[in-house]
Ligand binder design. Structure first.
Ligand code: SAM
Length: 400
């Protein structure tokens, strides 16, 4: 099948910077859709009609032409946080051809002398700033796609708040074009409130001595979560997440989420991991919202309500965690029903009644029961002794 859709990546150097095949596609096109800024880069000699994207942005004008030839302009590499990536979700690969130009990330890496494979790429385009928090660690090199001209100042402020004030920031405006400009500074000293709207940030992260150290493996310190005591504690959380076993792209339900720690750590495992936290208590919902931002996973979905009713209509998950509430009528049954085939259900109980429900469940559905008994050395007079935490019963069961 000949592709009806051609996506041409164009840089700030415009038509002159395009390869032969991309130019041919534009010369032959009858209709070119793109952002006004990109359409303005085209020479007048092209015969195609030019159509700006609708506002608010929508792919509909392209998708409703399905089958009839059409060219779309995108900036840089269309498949990198670009319109090509969005179109690829709706158009089969054999119906679409893409001509990439160098991405802004490639150009930035070239300017900075940074190997691209060692940087972390973060997009803030139409995304919450808090997403950056997941990527902050000493010596990290970040390339951050800005949302607008205010993004560098907002990022500098976030870095200062998070204990990364000594970080070096480079703003790169209009990469690859005549208006290319570079601005260097420290987050601590950053005073420039607005730069050109088309900009990207290259950040070399440096931490204050007291900046929180947030590893990417499960089991963050309890102190990094705002909580009211309803927190799956660090060691039990690490075991629980190992059992939940997140893979990129998978969805977990964190039922009775408390302060959200399980869903948050699940999402920190990989940028494509997704979580829905279900919580009935309003003050805990606020804690979840605060924690998901502070720990860099603002995309965690919060469902305000009590299970099982609040679970109705939610996307089916790959894994479910029930941290409390196994004794609530219908919760386990509804979760089990919703879980995808092959999915994992992990439930923790601290009371005898909760444990009885898990034992009964195992008798009917199989799975593994594990008892977690932890003790910490604490002072006793002039000596130390073991203080035991309440033992936890963990059920880990896979749906056949
Ligand atoms: C929706 S993303 C698209 C990225 C694009 N697909 C690419 O390959 O660079 C748009 C963001 O990329 C960054 N960007 C794209 N072109 C740029 C350029 N020439 N100079 C600086 N930043 C650029 C800006 O941060 C902008 O907000």
């Amino acid at each position: 099948m000949t592709p009806w859709l051609t996506v041409v990546g164009i840089g700030e150097d415009g038509y002159a910077g395009l390869g032969k095949a991309a130019r041919r596609a534009l010369l032959d096109a009858e209709l070119i859709v793109g952002a006004p800024r990109q359409l303005a880069l085209l020479p007048p000699c092209l015969r195609a009609a030019r159509q700006p994207w609708p506002s608010p942005f929508s792919l509909v004008p392209v998708l409703e032409r399905q089958g009839r030839p059409l060219c779309v302009l995108a900036s840089g590499d269309p498949m990198l946080f670009g319109v090509g990536a969005s179109l690829a979700r709706a158009v089969a690969p054999e119906q679409m051809q893409v001509f990439p130009a160098p991405s802004s990330a490639s150009l930035a890496a070239a300017r900075m002398g940074w190997p691209l494979q060692h940087v972390e790429l973060v997009s803030l385009v139409a995304r919450p700033l808090a997403a950056l928090n997941r990527h902050l660690y000493p010596d990290a090199r970040l390339l951050v796609l800005s949302n607008d001209g205010g993004s560098p100042a907002a990022v500098a402020e976030l870095l200062r708040q998070r204990g990364f004030g000594p970080s070096r920031i480079t703003v790169l405006e209009h990469l690859g074009g005549e208006r290319e400009r570079r601005i260097d500074g420290l987050a601590d000293d950053w005073a420039l409130m607005q730069v050109e709207a088309l900009n990207l940030l290259a950040i070399e992260c440096m931490a204050d001595n007291d900046a929180p150290r947030l590893p990417l493996t499960a089991g963050l310190p309890d102190s990094v979560f705002s909580h009211d005591g309803q927190l799956t504690k660090r060691d039990v959380r690490a075991i629980t997440l190992a059992r939940l076993a997140p893979l990129p792209g998978e969805l977990v339900w964190d039922v009775g989420a408390g302060c959200g720690s399980i869903g948050i750590e699940w999402m920190r495992a990989h940028p494509r991991c997704r979580a829905i936290a279900v919580e009935a208590d309003e003050s805990r919902q606020r804690l979840i919202a605060r924690n998901r931002d502070a720990l860099g996973v603002p995309g965690l979905q919060l469902v305000a309500g009590a299970a099982p009713a609040a679970l109705e209509g939610l996307e089916r998950p790959d894994a479910i965690f029930i941290g409390g509430g196994v004794t609530v009528q219908g919760v386990l049954e509804r979760c089990w029903q919703a879980l995808k085939p092959g999915g994992r259900l992990v439930a923790n109980a601290v009371t005898l009644q909760g444990e009885a429900v898990l034992v009964d469940w195992r008798a009917r559905h199989g799975g593994e029961l594990t008892r977690i008994g932890l003790a910490q050395a604490q002072p006793l007079g002039g000596f130390d002794t073991w203080r035991s935490a309440l033992p936890i019963t963990l059920l880990d069961v896979r749906k056949g």
